[in-house]
Design a protein around this ligand. Structure first.
Ligand SMILES: [Zn+2]
Length: 74
């Protein structure tokens, strides 16, 4: 088994802040931009106030999933 390393909570928090600020964050380990993957569930057009974002580093394959609150203000 390959060890499945993950981001630390501090790294996740920092990337989330960049993301909700409107920019694509970088992987703090690799310094490459994260890739955004859509997560299914058919929420388009249903008026959900939350959106789930799945960010993956294309280099080290670590991933981060965020629930982004939407629909009130940016
Ligand atoms: Zn990485």
């Amino acid at each position: 088994m390959i060890e499945q390393a993950q981001y630390t909570p501090a790294e996740l928090k920092q990337m989330r802040e960049v993301f909700v600020g409107g920019s694509m964050p970088e992987c703090p380990r690799c310094r490459v931009h994260m890739t955004e993957r859509p997560i299914g569930g058919g929420s388009f057009g249903l008026g959900y106030a939350r959106r789930r974002e799945w960010l993956i580093c294309p280099n080290c394959r670590r991933s981060a999933i965020y629930d982004i609150k939407r629909g009130t203000r940016n």
